[in-house]
Write a protein of this length. Structure first.
Length: 62
């Protein structure tokens, strides 16, 4: 008797705790991100996440 191939259902998109959305930023900012990406070996996406987390945790609303 052959063993059955068990295929687990894939979770719905976005269930990994991440959301995808687009933003408009200055070309200069993209260039700075790309330079930082080259220097650190991290992706632009990873850097944006790190920078946003830091900014949110360290901002003050007056």
């Amino acid at each position: 008797m052959k063993e059955k191939l068990i295929i687990h259902k894939k979770g719905m998109k976005g269930e990994d705790g991440y959301k995808t959305f687009s933003i408009r930023i200055k070309e200069e900012t993209v260039e700075k991100l790309d330079a930082l990406s080259q220097e650190t070996g991290r992706s632009r996406n990873e850097l944006i996440g790190l920078l946003l987390d830091y900014a949110i945790d360290n901002c003050e609303v007056k």
